[in-house]
Design a protein around this ligand. Structure first.
Ligand code: ZN
Length: 442
């Protein structure tokens, strides 16, 4: 159907204002149900069992000890998973020499583990990531014990488990399951990986980064079993194209649309589990591998437990005045880790199974008025579209209007008082993340 015919049908297209939520997708439900807390706990303990995964244990690693013993185990584990993918999953390392820095004593060999599950539609790619390196109280100590059960064997086990439950399913998009090396001393592995993909012309549509997702008791005594935090960065003031010309757009960066997408999907598929969106790039004084993707212009979010315990992270294992320090496996809550993993599986599967987001989304600012008109270009796997909007102070989309058979529609709500976007919906009812519009005067 031509765009002109689409436009002619526009008047017939509006199907009502309610955010009609389609039933859950049985493929996603099955993958979420397949996540195993006992498998996650076993993998977490296996990673801790290598004694240390410090970057500087690379020269002293054996088959059973050190960062490269852990890497080799990850390679073997992903290779076993790849055998269930009917030839669509390949496993490799991403290697490079990191030169000495002001914080480090010498150059060091970095080696991230990458499993790629090829999708059916070229040009769409998603990443689920973690870092498998770790630290005790000294991030350049290659010899001391560093269990790293929560930071970040938890995230690494989650990436392995997600790969396991997703490998036999066909997705539209390609999925990279990645365990980065060199996070602790400067996001080295992820920076190298994201830059290489960018240089190869690969566009990453989303990175779901997992770092510290397995502990449920904060150092302040707080405990929340049914929430996970998702951090996302705002739109950069220097973002191009001129999205910033649209007043109030800073809260609608691609990473933040991804955060909203996760916040909407996760409670649908993981019972009694919700997202606490945090609208900043990461916690104070901390960082994570999602930033390497954001730096290359790729949407990225970080999953992290709601109540961290700082006497466990980056500490030598010791007891001081009766307090146990150290990142030990006894503090991993495998049921929580399973739900955090399910949250990732649901989000990743919905992204990679779902339709391409609409392109060329525009908001028409031709005149002062009381209604809002949006238009967009057709994408091949959408069967309809949905205009979504929210008040400027709301974190989530509050209203939706379906549009079938048209590539433009007008909503009876003010663009001065609301924020608008458009998303694709496919024949199965799966939705893309919402796309924020660029302004047009005609
Ligand atoms: Zn970490």
């Amino acid at each position: 159907m031509s765009h002109r015919v689409f436009a002619a049908l526009a008047a017939l297209a509006l199907l009502g204002v309610s955010a009609v939520r389609p039933p859950n997708d049985p493929r996603i439900t099955a993958m979420v149900a397949a996540v195993s807390s006992s498998q996650l706990l076993a993998d977490d303990r296996r990673l801790v069992g290598f004694g240390t995964r410090n970057d500087f244990s690379e020269t002293t690693s054996t088959h059973t000890h050190g960062v490269f013993a852990a890497r080799d185990w990850l390679l073997r584990s992903f290779s076993r998973i790849a055998a269930t993918s009917h030839g669509r999953m390949t496993v490799r390392t991403d290697d490079f020499i990191q030169p000495k820095t002001a914080r480090t004593p010498r150059a060091v060999h970095e080696s991230s583990v990458v499993a790629v599950l090829r999708g059916d539609e070229p040009g769409r790619a998603y990443v689920m990531s973690s870092h498998y390196d770790d630290c005790n109280g000294d991030c350049t100590d290659g010899l001391g014990v560093a269990p790293g059960a929560d930071d970040n064997a938890s995230g690494t086990s989650a990436v392995l488990e997600a790969a396991r439950v997703m490998a036999s399913t066909h997705f539209r998009g390609t999925i990279y399951f990645v365990c980065f090396d060199g996070e602790e001393l400067g996001l080295w592995g992820s920076a190298h990986f994201a830059k290489e993909l960018k240089a190869q012309g690969v566009t990453i549509d989303a990175d779901l980064n997992n770092d510290i997702i397995g502990n449920t008791h904060g150092g302040n005594g707080a405990s929340e079993l049914s929430v996970i935090r998702v951090f996302s960065n705002a739109l950069s003031p220097t973002a191009k194209p001129a999205t910033v010309n649209l007043l109030g757009s800073e809260n609608d960066s691609p990473s933040r649309e991804l955060s909203r997408f996760a916040a909407e999907i996760i409670p649908q598929y993981v019972q009694n589990f919700t997202v606490r969106q945090i609208f900043r790039a990461d916690r104070y004084l901390r960082g994570g591998d999602q930033e390497s993707f954001q730096d290359e212009g790729f949407p990225a979010i970080r999953f992290v437990e709601p109540n961290e315990n700082f006497t466990h992270q980056h500490q030598n294992v010791r007891i001081v005045h009766g307090t146990q320090f150290g990142d030990l496996p006894r503090y991993i809550d495998s049921h929580y880790l399973a739900r955090a993993t399910q949250a990732n599986v649901a989000t990743l599967a919905a992204l990679a199974l779902g339709p391409t987001p609409p392109t060329h989304v525009q908001i028409v600012l031709a005149h002062l008025g009381y209604t809002t008109t949006l238009r967009w270009a057709n994408v091949r796997d959408a069967s309809r579209y949905q205009i979504v909007w929210r008040s400027t102070t709301s974190p989530i989309w509050e209203h939706a209007q379906n549009v079938t058979g048209a590539l433009q529609a007008t909503v009876h709500a003010s663009y001065d008082d609301n924020i608008f976007a458009v998303r694709s919906v496919d024949a199965q009812g799966l939705m893309s993340p919402a796309v924020y519009p660029l302004p047009t005067r005609k």
